[in-house]
Write a protein that binds this ligand. Structure first.
Ligand code: ADP
Ligand code: LRH
Length: 478
């Protein structure tokens, strides 16, 4: 058995997990979890990346001796380094308003259809491409010598080595998913200097060793190798979907719901663009063909607005609220920014002529019904767009702890749901490290290992598919 530390930075919390892996066993424990709170300063919404790095060091100290460390985190965002390698300011949060209207300017140079044909990436206002375009005229950017995506920035601080990990690079909208390398043409036409990015590295590649100062701070004995993993948290989570066959869809449910299929080649059709599916890169030459849905962010923001009540009682009450009274479009960009979430949900219900949820339990039920409905639409759309059969939906991530959401997803999709693991990103991270350090096995074998060793819960659809179709029509006509 070998031991690996997975640093997993989610939008709502960061954690350092310790995985022990053998040919027929996988154990995972949490060494340290720390909040990830965006901070609003006069210039906008920022990540507190120093606090995150502090949490990572605390976590490595708590982890104890490990054979390797891997870092994954959320996509698209980055830090800028100056010519001395120092961080220039706090990384901008993808929910910041600086990219409003930027995509339209980019499309004036490279039309949206051409951009999709070249990169396969969905439209989202926060794609790195649009963020870089928004940043280009700033004084800070003028001093930038390097752009490092968030997990690569943390890896750099841990090791002193620069790199750009491929699965996360694929979310920048600057990578061609067919060649799995930078799309030089897109970058050139938009005046983006790809030289700002460090060389690409792939999951399993060595990414340096912990710096002596990091060893001293964490009490670890060196050398401790750092291994590149699927550094996009969703890539690591999809790698840890415990599927036993090929005909599965996945819902990575956390702050976001990322819903789709694993494919061997991208789908770059006009229908796919219109349906706003993305082709992000996964492990071992795979493509993560998926749609972004607002996810449990909607609930997190309601809970924040209500002063932080416990989730347990709230979800129990929501389970007793009549189903599908009101639904909103959980894919709607209108829910992206923070603030006033219960009011915004109420406004959306009113605008589509549905009853306005009045109590906290009713709002919660509306959010969960709406998420399940969005999961359904994404699974059905993906199945149709990629022309692939689906027999089972795997739910992974923190949302698998929400049994009501799991059951509603099974009901809405009309398919069996297998829920777990909750810490999928950390497990995907650990397994890729384990493989780089001698554990054999292709991706299906790693998945079978998880299906044998992790506790999973099965949900059977309660046959009320007609009600979900009716609810879908309510928001489709809006
Ligand atoms: P991220 O990686 O994006 O930070 P996670 O995968 O950790 O997100 O999932 C966080 C979400 O999981 C929370 O917003 C919450 O809705 C849900 N969750 C976590 N724990 C529980 C629980 N005990 N019961 C129900 N839901 C939970
Ligand atoms: C989930 C995630 C998702 C991205 C979003 C910005 O944490 O990485 O895959 O689209 O954050």
């Amino acid at each position: 058995m070998r031991t690996y530390a997975a640093v997993d930075l989610g939008a709502s919390s960061g954690r350092v997990m310790v995985g022990r892996v053998g040919p027929d066993s996988v154990e995972l424990r949490e060494a340290h979890r720390f909040p990830n709170r965006p901070v609003r300063v006069p210039e906008g919404l920022r990540w507190d990346v120093l606090a995150l790095y502090g949490g990572v060091l605390d976590g490595l100290r708590a982890a104890g001796p490990v054979d390797s460390v891997g870092v994954d985190g959320w996509a698209v965002d980055y830090g800028l380094l100056d010519a001395d390698g120092a961080l220039l300011g706090n990384p901008v949060h993808y929910r910041d308003a600086r990219t409003e209207g930027v995509a339209e300017k980019v499309w004036a140079s490279v039309p949206a259809a051409e951009l999709y044909a070249a990169t396969g990436v969905q439209y989202a206002p926060f794609n790195t491409l649009y963020q870089l375009t928004a940043a280009r005229s700033t004084a800070q950017f003028a001093r930038a010598a390097r752009v490092l995506l968030i997990p690569d920035l943390l890896t750099y601080w841990l090791t002193g080595e620069l790199g750009t990990e491929l699965t996360n690079a694929s979310t920048t909208q600057l990578v061609d998913p067919r060649t799995r390398t930078w799309s030089r043409e897109v970058a050139e036409r938009l005046g983006i200097d790809l030289g700002l990015f460090a060389p690409l590295r792939r999951p399993g590649d060595p990414a340096g060793t912990l710096r002596p100062e990091v060893l001293a701070e964490t009490g670890l004995a060196g050398p401790v190798p750092v291994t590149a993993v699927g550094s996009h948290d969703t890539a690591s989570a999809v790698a840890a979907v415990p599927a036993t066959g090929e005909r599965f869809a996945y819902v990575c449910t956390g702050t976001w719901s990322l819903v789709g299929l694993e494919l061997s080649a991208p789908v770059l059709t006009e229908e796919s663009r219109a349906a706003n599916f993305t082709n992000e890169l996964g492990l071992d030459g795979t493509v993560r063909y998926l749609r972004n849905i607002m996810g449990l962010w909607l609930l997190q923001e309601c809970v924040r607005a209500w002063g932080g009540p416990d989730l347990g009682p709230l979800l129990a009450e929501a389970a007793g609220v009549p189903a599908l009274r009101s639904v909103v479009d959980a894919g709607d960009e209108a829910f992206l920014a923070p603030g006033r979430m219960p009011e915004r949900i109420a406004e959306a219900c009113r605008a589509s002529g549905q009853p306005v949820p009045a109590t906290r339990a009713e709002v919660t039920r509306c959010v969960l019904d709406s998420l399940a409905l969005a999961h359904r639409r994404a699974v059905l759309d993906a199945r149709w767009l990629a022309d692939r059969p689906v027999d089972v939906v795997h739910l992974v991530g923190g949302g698998t702890r929400n049994t009501l959401l799991c059951q509603l997803t099974a009901d809405a999709c009309g398919l069996p749901v297998v829920a777990g693991p909750a810490e999928a990103a950390a497990l995907g991270n650990v397994l890729v490290q384990a493989r780089a350090h001698g554990l054999g096995g292709d991706l299906p074998a790693l998945r079978r290992l998880l299906s044998r060793t992790r506790p999973l819960t099965r949900y059977t659809p309660r046959g009320d598919a007609g009600r979900w179709r009716e609810a879908e029509a309510r928001i489709a006509v809006r």
